[in-house]
Design a protein around this ligand. Structure first.
Ligand SMILES: *[C@@H]1O[C@H](CO)[C@@H](O)[C@H](O)[C@H]1NC(C)=O
Ligand SMILES: *[C@@H]1O[C@H](CO)[C@@H](O)[C@H](O)[C@H]1NC(C)=O
Ligand SMILES: *[C@@H]1O[C@H](CO)[C@@H](O)[C@H](O)[C@H]1NC(C)=O
Ligand SMILES: *[C@@H]1O[C@H](CO)[C@@H](O)[C@H](O)[C@H]1NC(C)=O
Ligand SMILES: *[C@@H]1O[C@H](CO)[C@@H](O)[C@H](O)[C@H]1NC(C)=O
Ligand SMILES: *[C@@H]1O[C@H](CO)[C@@H](O)[C@H](O)[C@H]1NC(C)=O
Ligand SMILES: *[C@@H]1O[C@H](CO)[C@@H](O)[C@H](O)[C@H]1NC(C)=O
Ligand SMILES: *[C@@H]1O[C@H](CO)[C@@H](O)[C@H](O)[C@H]1NC(C)=O
Ligand SMILES: *[C@@H]1O[C@H](CO)[C@@H](O)[C@H](O)[C@H]1NC(C)=O
Ligand SMILES: *[C@@H]1O[C@H](CO)[C@@H](O)[C@H](O)[C@H]1NC(C)=O
Ligand SMILES: *[C@@H]1O[C@H](CO)[C@@H](O)[C@H](O)[C@H]1NC(C)=O
Ligand SMILES: *[C@@H]1O[C@H](CO)[C@@H](O)[C@H](O)[C@H]1NC(C)=O
Length: 385
Protein backbone atom coordinates (compact mmCIF):
# COMPACT_ATOMS: atom_id res chain seq x y z
CA UNK A 1 0.00 0.00 0.00
CA UNK A 2 1.28 3.36 -0.99
CA UNK A 3 0.69 5.41 2.17
CA UNK A 4 2.66 2.91 4.23
CA UNK A 5 5.74 3.68 2.26
CA UNK A 6 7.86 5.70 4.74
CA UNK A 7 9.70 7.52 1.98
CA UNK A 8 6.50 8.68 0.39
CA UNK A 9 5.12 9.76 3.79
CA UNK A 10 8.27 11.75 4.49
CA UNK A 11 8.07 13.50 1.17
CA UNK A 12 4.40 14.42 1.84
CA UNK A 13 5.29 15.86 5.25
CA UNK A 14 8.24 17.73 3.82
CA UNK A 15 6.18 19.29 1.04
CA UNK A 16 3.61 20.30 3.63
CA UNK A 17 6.24 21.95 5.80
CA UNK A 18 7.59 23.84 2.79
CA UNK A 19 4.11 25.09 1.94
CA UNK A 20 3.59 26.22 5.53
CA UNK A 21 6.80 28.18 5.53
CA UNK A 22 6.08 29.92 2.27
CA UNK A 23 2.44 30.75 3.03
CA UNK A 24 2.41 31.67 6.67
CA UNK A 25 -1.28 30.83 6.81
CA UNK A 26 -2.33 27.25 6.80
CA UNK A 27 -5.97 27.12 7.83
CA UNK A 28 -8.16 24.96 5.74
CA UNK A 29 -11.15 26.64 4.24
CA UNK A 30 -13.89 24.46 5.68
CA UNK A 31 -12.47 23.79 9.11
CA UNK A 32 -12.18 26.59 11.67
CA UNK A 33 -8.99 26.88 13.65
CA UNK A 34 -9.87 25.80 17.22
CA UNK A 35 -8.65 28.95 18.93
CA UNK A 36 -10.59 31.57 20.85
CA UNK A 37 -9.76 35.24 20.38
CA UNK A 38 -10.89 37.69 23.09
CA UNK A 39 -12.19 40.17 22.18
CA UNK A 40 -13.08 38.63 18.82
CA UNK A 41 -13.65 42.01 17.19
CA UNK A 42 -11.56 45.09 17.73
CA UNK A 43 -12.65 48.51 16.53
CA UNK A 44 -10.42 51.11 18.04
CA UNK A 45 -9.97 54.79 17.53
CA UNK A 46 -6.78 56.41 16.43
CA UNK A 47 -4.74 57.50 19.46
CA UNK A 48 -6.93 55.72 22.01
CA UNK A 49 -5.33 53.76 24.81
CA UNK A 50 -4.65 50.33 23.37
CA UNK A 51 -6.43 47.14 24.23
CA UNK A 52 -4.77 43.78 24.58
CA UNK A 53 -6.10 40.83 22.69
CA UNK A 54 -5.76 37.23 23.83
CA UNK A 55 -5.55 33.97 22.00
CA UNK A 56 -6.39 30.62 23.61
CA UNK A 57 -7.17 27.11 22.49
CA UNK A 58 -10.84 26.29 22.12
CA UNK A 59 -11.23 23.62 24.78
CA UNK A 60 -14.72 22.63 23.72
CA UNK A 61 -13.34 21.50 20.42
CA UNK A 62 -11.60 18.41 21.76
CA UNK A 63 -8.17 18.79 20.34
CA UNK A 64 -4.78 18.23 21.84
CA UNK A 65 -2.56 21.22 21.77
CA UNK A 66 0.91 20.77 20.36
CA UNK A 67 1.91 24.37 20.88
CA UNK A 68 0.17 27.14 22.80
CA UNK A 69 -1.61 29.49 20.38
CA UNK A 70 0.31 32.63 19.55
CA UNK A 71 -0.06 35.85 17.54
CA UNK A 72 1.28 36.44 14.13
CA UNK A 73 1.32 40.04 13.04
CA UNK A 74 3.19 40.01 9.74
CA UNK A 75 3.23 43.78 9.25
CA UNK A 76 4.97 44.21 12.61
CA UNK A 77 7.32 41.20 12.28
CA UNK A 78 5.66 39.63 15.32
CA UNK A 79 5.57 35.89 15.18
CA UNK A 80 5.13 34.34 18.60
CA UNK A 81 3.24 36.15 21.33
CA UNK A 82 0.37 35.07 23.53
CA UNK A 83 -1.01 38.56 23.77
CA UNK A 84 -0.81 41.35 21.30
CA UNK A 85 -1.42 45.05 21.84
CA UNK A 86 -1.93 47.22 18.79
CA UNK A 87 -0.27 50.57 18.43
CA UNK A 88 -3.22 52.93 17.94
CA UNK A 89 -1.00 55.48 16.21
CA UNK A 90 0.14 53.32 13.35
CA UNK A 91 -1.30 49.80 13.22
CA UNK A 92 -3.64 50.55 10.33
CA UNK A 93 -3.44 47.21 8.62
CA UNK A 94 -1.41 44.78 10.71
CA UNK A 95 -3.54 41.74 9.75
CA UNK A 96 -3.22 40.02 13.13
CA UNK A 97 -3.99 36.34 13.29
CA UNK A 98 -3.89 33.77 16.02
CA UNK A 99 -1.98 30.63 15.13
CA UNK A 100 -2.27 27.21 16.66
CA UNK A 101 -0.79 23.76 16.29
CA UNK A 102 -2.95 20.82 17.20
CA UNK A 103 -2.65 17.07 17.06
CA UNK A 104 -4.03 15.62 13.89
CA UNK A 105 -4.45 19.02 12.23
CA UNK A 106 -2.31 21.12 10.00
CA UNK A 107 -1.05 24.38 11.49
CA UNK A 108 -3.86 26.87 11.38
CA UNK A 109 -4.58 30.55 11.97
CA UNK A 110 -7.68 32.60 12.72
CA UNK A 111 -7.63 36.29 11.78
CA UNK A 112 -8.74 38.99 14.17
CA UNK A 113 -11.49 41.29 12.91
CA UNK A 114 -9.53 44.45 13.49
CA UNK A 115 -10.20 48.06 12.53
CA UNK A 116 -8.24 51.10 13.55
CA UNK A 117 -10.25 54.11 12.52
CA UNK A 118 -9.62 57.80 12.41
CA UNK A 119 -12.14 60.59 12.16
CA UNK A 120 -11.23 63.07 9.43
CA UNK A 121 -9.13 66.13 10.20
CA UNK A 122 -11.53 68.18 8.17
CA UNK A 123 -14.64 67.88 6.03
CA UNK A 124 -15.39 70.68 3.65
CA UNK A 125 -17.82 71.39 0.89
CA UNK A 126 -16.56 73.18 -2.20
CA UNK A 127 -18.03 74.57 -5.36
CA UNK A 128 -16.45 72.90 -8.36
CA UNK A 129 -14.65 75.11 -10.88
CA UNK A 130 -14.92 78.15 -8.61
CA UNK A 131 -18.54 78.53 -9.63
CA UNK A 132 -20.41 81.11 -7.63
CA UNK A 133 -22.93 80.17 -5.00
CA UNK A 134 -25.64 81.67 -7.21
CA UNK A 135 -27.16 79.11 -9.53
CA UNK A 136 -30.03 79.07 -11.94
CA UNK A 137 -33.01 76.87 -11.41
CA UNK A 138 -32.76 73.49 -13.12
CA UNK A 139 -29.21 74.13 -14.24
CA UNK A 140 -26.79 71.47 -13.03
CA UNK A 141 -23.85 72.40 -10.92
CA UNK A 142 -21.37 70.37 -8.95
CA UNK A 143 -20.24 70.29 -5.38
CA UNK A 144 -17.33 68.38 -3.92
CA UNK A 145 -17.05 67.05 -0.42
CA UNK A 146 -13.42 66.88 0.63
CA UNK A 147 -12.45 64.70 3.53
CA UNK A 148 -8.88 64.74 4.78
CA UNK A 149 -7.01 62.14 6.68
CA UNK A 150 -9.70 59.56 7.29
CA UNK A 151 -9.35 55.82 7.87
CA UNK A 152 -10.42 53.32 6.73
CA UNK A 153 -11.70 54.94 3.56
CA UNK A 154 -13.44 51.71 2.54
CA UNK A 155 -15.96 52.18 5.35
CA UNK A 156 -16.61 55.81 4.56
CA UNK A 157 -19.86 57.12 3.15
CA UNK A 158 -20.69 60.70 2.37
CA UNK A 159 -24.11 61.94 3.41
CA UNK A 160 -25.38 65.09 1.75
CA UNK A 161 -27.86 67.57 3.20
CA UNK A 162 -30.00 70.14 1.44
CA UNK A 163 -31.83 71.92 4.20
CA UNK A 164 -33.24 69.07 6.28
CA UNK A 165 -33.22 66.50 3.50
CA UNK A 166 -30.33 64.07 3.49
CA UNK A 167 -29.25 61.49 0.95
CA UNK A 168 -26.25 59.51 -0.22
CA UNK A 169 -24.97 59.23 -3.73
CA UNK A 170 -23.65 56.25 -5.64
CA UNK A 171 -21.10 58.53 -7.29
CA UNK A 172 -17.57 57.15 -6.90
CA UNK A 173 -15.34 58.38 -4.14
CA UNK A 174 -11.84 59.31 -5.18
CA UNK A 175 -8.57 59.34 -3.34
CA UNK A 176 -7.12 62.82 -3.65
CA UNK A 177 -3.50 63.87 -3.52
CA UNK A 178 -2.47 60.26 -3.38
CA UNK A 179 1.06 59.36 -4.49
CA UNK A 180 1.13 55.59 -4.78
CA UNK A 181 4.18 53.53 -4.04
CA UNK A 182 2.26 50.36 -4.74
CA UNK A 183 -0.58 50.17 -7.23
CA UNK A 184 -3.13 49.58 -4.49
CA UNK A 185 -2.04 52.55 -2.36
CA UNK A 186 -4.79 54.76 -3.70
CA UNK A 187 -7.49 52.11 -3.71
CA UNK A 188 -10.06 53.07 -1.12
CA UNK A 189 -11.17 49.48 -0.66
CA UNK A 190 -7.67 48.22 0.05
CA UNK A 191 -5.72 50.95 1.81
CA UNK A 192 -6.59 51.14 5.47
CA UNK A 193 -4.27 53.94 6.51
CA UNK A 194 -5.58 57.55 6.46
CA UNK A 195 -6.35 58.96 3.07
CA UNK A 196 -7.78 62.09 1.57
CA UNK A 197 -11.07 61.32 -0.11
CA UNK A 198 -13.52 63.32 -2.14
CA UNK A 199 -16.88 62.86 -3.72
CA UNK A 200 -18.29 65.14 -6.38
CA UNK A 201 -21.96 65.11 -7.21
CA UNK A 202 -24.33 66.92 -9.49
CA UNK A 203 -27.01 69.15 -8.06
CA UNK A 204 -30.19 70.06 -9.80
CA UNK A 205 -31.96 72.65 -7.66
CA UNK A 206 -35.28 74.41 -7.97
CA UNK A 207 -36.81 77.56 -6.47
CA UNK A 208 -37.80 75.75 -3.30
CA UNK A 209 -34.12 75.36 -2.53
CA UNK A 210 -33.34 79.07 -2.65
CA UNK A 211 -31.33 79.99 0.43
CA UNK A 212 -31.03 76.37 1.50
CA UNK A 213 -27.91 75.31 3.28
CA UNK A 214 -26.00 72.46 1.72
CA UNK A 215 -23.67 70.37 3.83
CA UNK A 216 -21.88 67.08 3.61
CA UNK A 217 -21.05 64.63 6.33
CA UNK A 218 -18.37 62.00 6.43
CA UNK A 219 -19.72 58.88 8.11
CA UNK A 220 -17.54 55.92 9.03
CA UNK A 221 -19.79 52.88 8.97
CA UNK A 222 -18.20 50.59 11.54
CA UNK A 223 -21.08 48.38 12.54
CA UNK A 224 -22.18 49.34 16.04
CA UNK A 225 -20.67 52.79 15.90
CA UNK A 226 -20.88 55.41 13.15
CA UNK A 227 -18.48 58.24 13.89
CA UNK A 228 -19.19 61.22 11.71
CA UNK A 229 -18.01 64.70 10.94
CA UNK A 230 -20.08 67.46 9.35
CA UNK A 231 -18.83 70.13 7.01
CA UNK A 232 -19.75 73.75 7.51
CA UNK A 233 -22.68 74.71 5.27
CA UNK A 234 -22.70 76.74 2.12
CA UNK A 235 -25.66 78.87 1.15
CA UNK A 236 -26.92 78.50 -2.36
CA UNK A 237 -28.97 81.21 -3.99
CA UNK A 238 -31.24 79.89 -6.70
CA UNK A 239 -32.23 82.38 -9.37
CA UNK A 240 -35.48 81.63 -11.11
CA UNK A 241 -37.81 83.01 -13.70
CA UNK A 242 -40.72 85.17 -12.52
CA UNK A 243 -44.02 83.56 -11.88
CA UNK A 244 -47.35 85.39 -11.68
CA UNK A 245 -49.82 84.25 -9.06
CA UNK A 246 -52.96 84.16 -11.17
CA UNK A 247 -55.26 83.06 -8.39
CA UNK A 248 -55.53 86.72 -7.47
CA UNK A 249 -55.80 87.97 -11.04
CA UNK A 250 -58.43 86.29 -13.21
CA UNK A 251 -58.25 86.35 -17.00
CA UNK A 252 -61.45 88.35 -17.32
CA UNK A 253 -62.38 91.20 -15.06
CA UNK A 254 -65.66 93.15 -15.18
CA UNK A 255 -65.55 96.90 -15.03
CA UNK A 256 -68.58 98.98 -14.06
CA UNK A 257 -68.84 102.30 -15.76
CA UNK A 258 -67.77 105.04 -13.45
CA UNK A 259 -65.97 102.73 -11.03
CA UNK A 260 -62.22 102.31 -11.83
CA UNK A 261 -60.80 98.82 -11.21
CA UNK A 262 -57.40 98.09 -9.63
CA UNK A 263 -55.46 95.27 -11.23
CA UNK A 264 -52.71 93.85 -8.99
CA UNK A 265 -50.11 91.72 -10.69
CA UNK A 266 -48.28 89.79 -7.99
CA UNK A 267 -45.19 88.12 -9.37
CA UNK A 268 -42.49 86.24 -7.52
CA UNK A 269 -39.04 85.53 -8.83
CA UNK A 270 -35.42 85.68 -7.81
CA UNK A 271 -34.02 88.29 -8.17
CA UNK A 272 -37.36 90.06 -7.55
CA UNK A 273 -38.86 90.81 -10.95
CA UNK A 274 -39.60 94.17 -12.45
CA UNK A 275 -43.36 94.39 -13.08
CA UNK A 276 -44.88 96.47 -15.85
CA UNK A 277 -48.32 96.93 -17.37
CA UNK A 278 -48.85 97.31 -21.08
CA UNK A 279 -51.77 98.07 -23.29
CA UNK A 280 -50.66 96.33 -26.43
CA UNK A 281 -47.20 97.79 -27.03
CA UNK A 282 -47.93 100.90 -25.04
CA UNK A 283 -46.25 101.01 -21.66
CA UNK A 284 -48.71 102.08 -19.00
CA UNK A 285 -47.10 101.80 -15.57
CA UNK A 286 -44.14 100.28 -13.81
CA UNK A 287 -45.20 98.50 -10.67
CA UNK A 288 -47.74 95.88 -9.85
CA UNK A 289 -50.88 98.01 -9.59
CA UNK A 290 -52.78 99.36 -12.57
CA UNK A 291 -55.99 101.34 -12.28
CA UNK A 292 -58.27 100.92 -15.30
CA UNK A 293 -61.49 102.64 -16.25
CA UNK A 294 -61.73 101.47 -19.83
CA UNK A 295 -62.39 98.09 -21.34
CA UNK A 296 -59.48 96.45 -23.11
CA UNK A 297 -56.75 93.83 -22.90
CA UNK A 298 -54.02 94.70 -20.45
CA UNK A 299 -50.74 92.82 -20.23
CA UNK A 300 -48.75 92.38 -17.06
CA UNK A 301 -45.13 91.58 -17.71
CA UNK A 302 -42.69 90.43 -15.05
CA UNK A 303 -39.04 90.05 -15.87
CA UNK A 304 -35.73 89.48 -14.20
CA UNK A 305 -32.32 88.44 -15.49
CA UNK A 306 -33.42 84.81 -15.77
CA UNK A 307 -36.47 85.34 -17.90
CA UNK A 308 -39.80 87.00 -18.27
CA UNK A 309 -43.47 86.09 -18.29
CA UNK A 310 -46.52 88.01 -19.25
CA UNK A 311 -50.17 87.61 -18.51
CA UNK A 312 -53.13 89.17 -20.30
CA UNK A 313 -56.18 90.44 -18.48
CA UNK A 314 -59.32 91.20 -20.41
CA UNK A 315 -61.34 93.99 -18.88
CA UNK A 316 -64.96 94.00 -20.04
CA UNK A 317 -67.42 96.79 -19.49
CA UNK A 318 -70.49 95.97 -17.44
CA UNK A 319 -73.38 98.49 -17.28
CA UNK A 320 -74.46 99.36 -13.83
CA UNK A 321 -78.03 98.05 -14.03
CA UNK A 322 -79.22 99.24 -10.63
CA UNK A 323 -80.41 102.75 -11.69
CA UNK A 324 -81.93 101.19 -14.83
CA UNK A 325 -83.86 98.65 -12.82
CA UNK A 326 -84.93 101.33 -10.37
CA UNK A 327 -86.08 103.50 -13.28
CA UNK A 328 -87.93 100.58 -14.82
CA UNK A 329 -89.66 99.81 -11.55
CA UNK A 330 -90.64 103.48 -11.17
CA UNK A 331 -92.06 103.58 -14.72
CA UNK A 332 -93.95 100.37 -14.08
CA UNK A 333 -95.39 101.72 -10.85
CA UNK A 334 -96.52 104.91 -12.59
CA UNK A 335 -98.03 102.95 -15.48
CA UNK A 336 -99.90 100.61 -13.18
CA UNK A 337 -101.12 103.55 -11.13
CA UNK A 338 -102.42 105.25 -14.28
CA UNK A 339 -104.23 102.10 -15.37
CA UNK A 340 -105.81 101.73 -11.96
CA UNK A 341 -106.82 105.35 -11.91
CA UNK A 342 -108.36 104.92 -15.32
CA UNK A 343 -110.30 101.83 -14.37
CA UNK A 344 -111.40 103.39 -11.14
CA UNK A 345 -112.50 106.49 -12.87
CA UNK A 346 -114.75 104.46 -15.18
CA UNK A 347 -116.15 102.50 -12.28
CA UNK A 348 -116.73 105.66 -10.27
CA UNK A 349 -118.60 107.19 -13.17
CA UNK A 350 -120.86 104.11 -13.30
CA UNK A 351 -121.65 104.18 -9.61
CA UNK A 352 -122.54 107.84 -9.84
CA UNK A 353 -124.94 107.07 -12.70
CA UNK A 354 -126.53 104.24 -10.75
CA UNK A 355 -127.40 106.62 -7.96
CA UNK A 356 -128.78 108.96 -10.46
CA UNK A 357 -130.69 106.08 -11.95
CA UNK A 358 -132.11 105.13 -8.56
CA UNK A 359 -133.47 108.56 -8.09
CA UNK A 360 -135.05 108.34 -11.49
CA UNK A 361 -136.51 104.92 -10.67
CA UNK A 362 -138.13 106.24 -7.55
CA UNK A 363 -139.49 109.04 -9.54
CA UNK A 364 -140.82 106.62 -12.12
CA UNK A 365 -142.43 104.50 -9.34
CA UNK A 366 -144.43 107.51 -8.47
CA UNK A 367 -145.48 107.55 -12.01
CA UNK A 368 -146.78 103.95 -11.64
CA UNK A 369 -144.43 102.54 -14.20
CA UNK A 370 -142.87 99.08 -13.92
CA UNK A 371 -139.70 100.03 -12.11
CA UNK A 372 -138.66 96.73 -10.38
CA UNK A 373 -136.58 95.80 -13.33
CA UNK A 374 -134.67 99.05 -13.23
CA UNK A 375 -131.82 97.50 -11.05
CA UNK A 376 -131.50 94.47 -13.28
CA UNK A 377 -131.12 96.44 -16.41
CA UNK A 378 -127.65 96.21 -17.94
CA UNK A 379 -127.73 99.68 -19.31
CA UNK A 380 -130.11 101.77 -17.35
CA UNK A 381 -129.12 104.77 -19.41
CA UNK A 382 -130.87 103.29 -22.43
CA UNK A 383 -133.94 102.84 -20.40
CA UNK A 384 -133.85 106.50 -19.56
CA UNK A 385 -133.58 107.57 -23.10
C1 LIG B 1 -15.19 26.28 20.02
O1 LIG B 1 -15.44 25.00 19.45
C2 LIG B 1 -16.82 24.62 19.46
C3 LIG B 1 -16.91 23.22 18.93
O2 LIG B 1 -16.20 23.07 17.75
C4 LIG B 1 -17.57 25.60 18.59
O3 LIG B 1 -18.93 25.27 18.60
C5 LIG B 1 -17.40 27.01 19.15
O4 LIG B 1 -18.04 27.92 18.31
C6 LIG B 1 -15.91 27.35 19.25
N1 LIG B 1 -15.79 28.63 19.92
C7 LIG B 1 -15.21 29.67 19.34
C8 LIG B 1 -15.19 30.94 20.14
O5 LIG B 1 -14.70 29.62 18.25
C1 LIG C 1 10.39 42.97 9.30
O1 LIG C 1 11.54 42.17 9.06
C2 LIG C 1 12.08 42.38 7.76
C3 LIG C 1 13.23 41.39 7.60
O2 LIG C 1 13.43 40.69 8.73
C4 LIG C 1 12.54 43.80 7.64
O3 LIG C 1 13.07 44.00 6.37
C5 LIG C 1 11.40 44.72 7.86
O4 LIG C 1 11.81 46.06 7.86
C6 LIG C 1 10.74 44.45 9.20
N1 LIG C 1 9.59 45.23 9.34
C7 LIG C 1 9.23 45.89 10.42
C8 LIG C 1 7.99 46.64 10.39
O5 LIG C 1 9.92 45.87 11.44
C1 LIG D 1 -31.82 61.35 6.92
O1 LIG D 1 -33.10 61.28 6.30
C2 LIG D 1 -33.90 60.19 6.77
C3 LIG D 1 -35.18 60.20 6.01
O2 LIG D 1 -34.92 60.27 4.66
C4 LIG D 1 -34.15 60.36 8.26
O3 LIG D 1 -34.86 59.24 8.74
C5 LIG D 1 -32.83 60.44 8.99
O4 LIG D 1 -33.05 60.69 10.35
C6 LIG D 1 -31.98 61.54 8.41
N1 LIG D 1 -30.68 61.49 9.06
C7 LIG D 1 -30.11 62.57 9.57
C8 LIG D 1 -28.78 62.36 10.21
O5 LIG D 1 -30.62 63.66 9.50
C1 LIG E 1 -26.17 55.78 -9.79
O1 LIG E 1 -27.51 55.30 -9.79
C2 LIG E 1 -28.29 55.77 -10.87
C3 LIG E 1 -29.67 55.21 -10.70
O2 LIG E 1 -30.08 55.27 -9.39
C4 LIG E 1 -27.69 55.33 -12.18
O3 LIG E 1 -28.45 55.85 -13.25
C5 LIG E 1 -26.27 55.84 -12.27
O4 LIG E 1 -25.67 55.34 -13.44
C6 LIG E 1 -25.48 55.37 -11.08
N1 LIG E 1 -24.14 55.98 -11.15
C7 LIG E 1 -23.02 55.31 -10.85
C8 LIG E 1 -21.75 56.06 -10.92
O5 LIG E 1 -23.04 54.15 -10.49
C1 LIG F 1 -12.97 59.83 -9.65
O1 LIG F 1 -12.54 58.58 -10.16
C2 LIG F 1 -13.26 58.14 -11.28
C3 LIG F 1 -12.76 56.77 -11.66
O2 LIG F 1 -12.10 56.17 -10.63
C4 LIG F 1 -13.04 59.14 -12.40
O3 LIG F 1 -13.80 58.74 -13.52
C5 LIG F 1 -13.51 60.52 -11.96
O4 LIG F 1 -13.22 61.47 -12.95
C6 LIG F 1 -12.81 60.93 -10.70
N1 LIG F 1 -13.41 62.14 -10.22
C7 LIG F 1 -12.67 63.17 -9.80
C8 LIG F 1 -13.44 64.35 -9.34
O5 LIG F 1 -11.47 63.17 -9.79
C1 LIG G 1 -4.27 65.12 2.68
O1 LIG G 1 -4.44 66.52 2.57
C2 LIG G 1 -3.69 67.24 3.50
C3 LIG G 1 -4.06 68.69 3.39
O2 LIG G 1 -4.46 69.00 2.11
C4 LIG G 1 -2.23 67.02 3.21
O3 LIG G 1 -1.44 67.73 4.15
C5 LIG G 1 -1.94 65.53 3.32
O4 LIG G 1 -0.61 65.28 2.95
C6 LIG G 1 -2.83 64.73 2.43
N1 LIG G 1 -2.66 63.33 2.72
C7 LIG G 1 -2.58 62.41 1.78
C8 LIG G 1 -2.45 61.00 2.24
O5 LIG G 1 -2.63 62.69 0.59
C1 LIG H 1 -15.03 49.09 -3.53
O1 LIG H 1 -16.02 48.23 -2.98
C2 LIG H 1 -17.34 48.54 -3.37
C3 LIG H 1 -18.28 47.59 -2.68
O2 LIG H 1 -17.80 47.20 -1.47
C4 LIG H 1 -17.48 48.44 -4.88
O3 LIG H 1 -18.76 48.82 -5.27
C5 LIG H 1 -16.46 49.34 -5.53
O4 LIG H 1 -16.49 49.17 -6.93
C6 LIG H 1 -15.08 49.05 -5.04
N1 LIG H 1 -14.19 50.05 -5.57
C7 LIG H 1 -13.04 49.75 -6.12
C8 LIG H 1 -12.22 50.89 -6.62
O5 LIG H 1 -12.65 48.61 -6.19
C1 LIG I 1 -38.05 70.94 -6.18
O1 LIG I 1 -37.30 69.76 -6.02
C2 LIG I 1 -37.78 68.87 -5.03
C3 LIG I 1 -36.86 67.69 -4.94
O2 LIG I 1 -35.57 67.97 -5.26
C4 LIG I 1 -39.17 68.42 -5.38
O3 LIG I 1 -39.67 67.59 -4.35
C5 LIG I 1 -40.07 69.61 -5.55
O4 LIG I 1 -41.33 69.20 -5.97
C6 LIG I 1 -39.49 70.57 -6.56
N1 LIG I 1 -40.31 71.76 -6.57
C7 LIG I 1 -40.64 72.40 -7.70
C8 LIG I 1 -41.47 73.62 -7.55
O5 LIG I 1 -40.27 71.99 -8.78
C1 LIG J 1 -16.11 48.07 6.77
O1 LIG J 1 -16.81 47.77 5.57
C2 LIG J 1 -16.71 46.41 5.18
C3 LIG J 1 -17.33 46.27 3.83
O2 LIG J 1 -18.51 47.00 3.76
C4 LIG J 1 -17.40 45.54 6.23
O3 LIG J 1 -17.29 44.19 5.88
C5 LIG J 1 -16.69 45.77 7.57
O4 LIG J 1 -17.34 45.04 8.58
C6 LIG J 1 -16.67 47.23 7.91
N1 LIG J 1 -15.85 47.43 9.09
C7 LIG J 1 -16.38 47.60 10.27
C8 LIG J 1 -15.42 47.81 11.41
O5 LIG J 1 -17.57 47.59 10.46
C1 LIG K 1 -26.38 81.29 5.26
O1 LIG K 1 -27.57 82.04 5.46
C2 LIG K 1 -27.93 82.17 6.82
C3 LIG K 1 -29.21 82.94 6.90
O2 LIG K 1 -29.99 82.72 5.79
C4 LIG K 1 -26.83 82.89 7.58
O3 LIG K 1 -27.18 82.95 8.94
C5 LIG K 1 -25.55 82.13 7.42
O4 LIG K 1 -24.50 82.85 8.02
C6 LIG K 1 -25.21 81.92 5.96
N1 LIG K 1 -24.05 81.06 5.87
C7 LIG K 1 -23.07 81.27 5.02
C8 LIG K 1 -21.97 80.29 5.04
O5 LIG K 1 -23.04 82.22 4.26
C1 LIG L 1 -51.26 82.80 -4.76
O1 LIG L 1 -52.19 83.65 -4.13
C2 LIG L 1 -53.11 83.00 -3.28
C3 LIG L 1 -54.08 83.99 -2.75
O2 LIG L 1 -53.45 85.07 -2.16
C4 LIG L 1 -52.33 82.33 -2.16
O3 LIG L 1 -53.20 81.61 -1.32
C5 LIG L 1 -51.33 81.36 -2.76
O4 LIG L 1 -50.55 80.80 -1.73
C6 LIG L 1 -50.44 82.09 -3.74
N1 LIG L 1 -49.58 81.10 -4.36
C7 LIG L 1 -48.26 81.15 -4.29
C8 LIG L 1 -47.54 80.03 -4.93
O5 LIG L 1 -47.67 82.06 -3.73
C1 LIG M 1 -49.44 90.27 -3.35
O1 LIG M 1 -48.46 89.65 -2.54
C2 LIG M 1 -48.26 90.27 -1.31
C3 LIG M 1 -47.11 89.56 -0.63
O2 LIG M 1 -46.87 88.32 -1.18
C4 LIG M 1 -49.52 90.20 -0.49
O3 LIG M 1 -49.32 90.84 0.74
C5 LIG M 1 -50.65 90.85 -1.25
O4 LIG M 1 -51.84 90.66 -0.53
C6 LIG M 1 -50.78 90.26 -2.63
N1 LIG M 1 -51.74 91.02 -3.37
C7 LIG M 1 -52.90 90.51 -3.74
C8 LIG M 1 -53.81 91.39 -4.52
O5 LIG M 1 -53.21 89.36 -3.46
Amino acid sequence: MDYLNPLRLLSVLFTFELLSLSNGTESSADEECPVIITPDRMVIRYGDSPQTVQCQPNTTASTNVIKKPYWKVPERNITERVTWTPDTQQDWDPRPACAGEFVGKPKCTKPLDYTLYKKPDSVSILLVDNAGSVVKEDVDFQLTCEITNVAPAGNLTVRWYIGNVNFTSNETMNATGCFPQKDTDCDLNVTRSPMNVSQTINFHLNRTHNGAEIKCEAVLELGKIEPSEMSSPINITVHYKPWINTTELPHTIPLFRGYPEELVCNASGNPPPEIQWFDGQKHLVSGKTLSVNEAGVYNCSASNEVGSVSYAVKVILKEDYLPLIAGFVAVAVVAISIIFLFIYSIYYKNTKMRRYNLKNAKLSAHNGNVAHNGWDMQFPMTKLS
